[in-house]
Design a protein around this ligand. Structure first.
Ligand code: ADP
Ligand code: MG
Length: 710
């Protein structure tokens, strides 16, 4: 039965694998172009080359109504005159286009040879494009043109617009050309697109069939049907990705045994009772419970710990490490920068100083002799906790019995690094990754789909919300005045400058200019100013950090090297220079450096007057909310998922139609349905689920290590 369905559905799907060359209107040379320009090789590829917007063809302007630049406009009229103007190398093609109310010029700078013969004088056209002011009138450069009498799709009011390229344009495959091909394809398929979802799911979620969805996304009969098609296709995109990730996670869990940390012993208890100087928040407690359930179960833990800046992730990490030690395992903690690794090392060593626990630090600047000693002592088990940077990942770093690996500020590391940690013991150590700033749920579910997620959704008590204020550069004197008052109150201040790699020199100059001007306005001996930037030697950096941390300097002028994780509770003012150049999550991270004590803290965003629209949204968001999850949502909308997470693993974030910033509820549904389905039928063997399985195999081919492929 199973085999039958498999073959049956492959046969029915087969037509979609037909090379695009054989579609009516394509042929070998266009096929080659479609391959090269848009990676369209098969019918299926064209079918999933979705429109990126739609034009409502029922709305027309008249030429006399055109009065502003840059509003995309649709006109109906005739071409009355065609000419080529200009010297051979700067030739342009100009067509006069008229309706009853006036005349406008259509202009082409490229593809003249191809376009000119297609223009028909006296015929009625629909013109679509952006008018720009030109002399006393307007012109439209490179408009979309369509003969009114033309094509099968002329009756459709709601028309698709497709991405195309210059090269394709020149071969007649502009958006309109692609629409025609797609139209031919849909007609040829005539609804013969095999359904891939079980009826039950379609009914439960009231989704339209796949065949209908493809038809209505490309040739919508109205906006409502187009929307329903979109929802169905978005659902599929999320669903199959989630299905794959959850399946892989289940397979991994089945395959990978985990160490059992069965007891909480003397190290944990002593520290908890005698050395922990505050009560854990309820959120911290429940996260620790979740983690204990994992590590006590014999299952391998792979968990993401999310929490806003300052929510107290580090102490959770420390307590879990102590549980590892109590069960005779070693633990390690990896951070993305030396400053942060140093700081973790000092705070952990300080917290544990009265306990018989050996904590060591390993970074790029650890001296050779010490490094050798560390390597040796890790193997004998003399070192209990190792803290460090990427240096931990080197093959030469081997443990006697590593049971737990914690990664701080995960999104600076990739999956590859995580995998390396896995290999540090015969059975992989439990892995806990912590994020620097919150990530929107949709992103976390996708990017970290192979991890379980815990959230600390509560800040330690007594924290006052940080007051965030935006000032323009010309109010700097007022800001200096404010800084002086804060210093008089015994407070410390960060002043941060951007560091953008392309203009490193300029940034360095800005930083040093700023440092000088601050040193002048805050003269010694009353004031002391530290400076830290990327060009300094690590030892010098440490020295300056130490000066500030111990309160010997009151102002720390720095680049974003201090962005991540630095914890100095007495610092209560964060001044961010050129704040318009920072991304939102960076701004939020920086702001999180203050507000760590009980006093009122401030974040001052300095910027120039010239602000892009986006920069304004960023700064307003910062002023309006302290909530990292809210900030993250706005960031996702502004930047998109790929940019937000960096380029690693971006494949997971490439969607053809779904949008992680907008389609939250579809994703959540897709994920829960995927979980339910795999729970009921882990190998997708039930007859109704076989098409789902086949689709999975088709989509992910050899990337899926399915236990049984029938
Ligand atoms: P993050 O989650 O950003 O890494 P940290 O772990 O650095 O935050 O914690 C921020 C500060 O809050 C630290 O000074 C830490 O000692 C303190 N802290 C953590 N948990 C609590 C708590 N339950 N009560 C009071 N202070 C806490
Ligand atoms: Mg931290």
């Amino acid at each position: 039965m199973e085999g039958f369905f498999y073959i049956h559905s492959i046969m029915r799907n087969n037509i979609l694998d037909t090379p695009i060359e054989y579609l009516k209107g394509v042929g070998p040379s266009r096929a080659k172009l479609l391959n090269e320009e848009l990676s369209i090789y098969t019918f299926n590829d064209l079918l999933t080359h979705f429109p990126f917007r739609y034009i409502d063809r029922s709305k027309f302007y008249t030429i006399s109504q055109i009065n502003t630049d840059s509003i995309t406009t649709q006109l109906k009229g005739v071409i009355s005159h065609i000419e080529e103007i200009g010297k051979p190398r700067q030739k342009r093609l100009v067509a006069h286009f008229e309706d009853d109310t006036g005349i406008i010029q259509l202009v082409w700078f490229k593809g003249i040879k191809w376009i000119k013969p297609t223009l028909k004088k006296g015929s009625e056209y629909i013109v679509y494009g952006k008018p720009t002011k030109y002399g006393s009138g307007y012109n439209i450069a490179h408009p979309e043109l369509e003969l009114v009498e033309d094509s099968d799709i002329k009756n459709k009011n709601f028309q698709p617009v497709y991405h195309s390229t210059e090269k394709l344009n020149s071969k007649g495959l502009n958006s309109r050309g692609i629409a025609k091909l797609t139209y031919n394809l849909i007609k040829q398929l005539n609804g013969h697109i095999a359904e891939v979802l079980p009826k039950k799911i379609l009914e439960e979620l009231r989704l339209v069939s796949l065949a209908k969805a493809y038809e209505q996304i490309h040739i919508p009969s109205n906006q409502q049907n187009q929307k329903r098609a979109e929802i169905r296709l978005k659902f599929d995109e999320f669903f199959f990705l989630q299905l794959r990730m959850i399946k892989q996670k289940l397979l991994k869990e089945q395959k990978t045994k985990g160490f059992v940390f069965e007891k909480v012993g003397v190290q944990f208890n002593t520290f908890y009772k005698k050395h922990l100087s505050f009560d854990l928040t309820n959120a911290q407690k429940s996260v620790i419970k979740e983690i204990r359930r994992d590590i006590g179960s014999g299952k391998h833990m792979n968990r993401l710990l999310q929490g806003d800046v300052g929510s107290g992730k580090t102490i959770v990490a420390l307590l879990i490490m102590l549980i590892a030690l109590d069960n005779n395992f070693q633990a390690c903690l990896m951070a993305p920068t030396e400053i942060l690794a140093n700081q973790h090392f000092f705070s952990v060593a300080e917290a544990l100083k009265d306990l018989p626990i050996n904590v060591r630090l390993l970074t790029g600047s650890t001296k050779q002799a010490e490094r050798k000693e560390i390597h040796k002592d890790l193997l004998t088990g003399k070192i209990h906790i190792l803290i460090g940077t990427h240096a931990l990942l080197e093959d030469i770093v081997q443990f006697k019995n590593l049971g737990l690996a914690i990664i701080d500020e995960q999104h600076k590391f990739g999956v590859v690094q995580r995998a390396k940690l896995w290999k540090k013991n015969s059975i992989p150590p439990h892995v806990l990754v912590m994020t620097a700033t919150p990530i929107p749920r949709t992103l976390a579910m996708t990017f970290y789909g192979d991890l379980d997620i815990s959230v600390i959704d509560e800040l330690p008590p007594g924290r006052k919300p940080i007051k965030t204020i935006h000032y323009f550069d010309n109010t700097r004197l007022k800001v200096f005045e404010f800084m002086r008052k804060q210093i008089d109150l015994g407070k410390q201040i960060y002043v941060v400058y951007p560091l953008i790699e392309e203009s490193e020199k300029l940034d360095y100059k800005d930083l040093m200019d700023g440092y000088e001007s601050i040193s002048r306005s805050f003269p010694a001996p009353k004031y002391r100013v530290s400076v830290v930037h990327g060009k300094m030697k690590p030892t010098d950096k440490d020295y300056e950090m130490e000066q500030f941390a111990s309160g010997k300097t009151q102002i720390m002028v720095a680049t974003t090297v201090i962005e991540v994780g630095v914890n100095i509770p007495n610092a209560s003012v964060m001044v961010i220079e050129s704040s318009e150049k920072f991304g939102l999550s960076q701004l939020h991270q920086l702001r999180g450096r203050v507000g760590r004590g009980a006093d009122q803290s401030y974040c001052i965003l300095m910027s120039s007057y010239k602000l892009s629209k986006e920069a304004k949204v960023r700064l307003d968001t910062m002023v309006n909310t302290n909530d990292g999850f809210e900030v993250a949502e706005v960031d996702l909308k502004l930047r998109g998922p790929g940019d937000l997470m960096g380029t690693q693993q971006s494949g997971v974030l490439d969607f053809k139609i779904a949008d992680l910033a907008k389609d939250n509820s579809i994703l959540t549904k897709a994920r829960s349905i995927a979980i339910k389905l795999l729970k009921a039928d882990p190998n997708l063997e039930m007859t109704e689920n076989v098409p789902v399985k086949n689709q999975l195999i088709k989509l992910f081919k050899n990337k899926l290590n399915w236990s049984r492929i029938s």
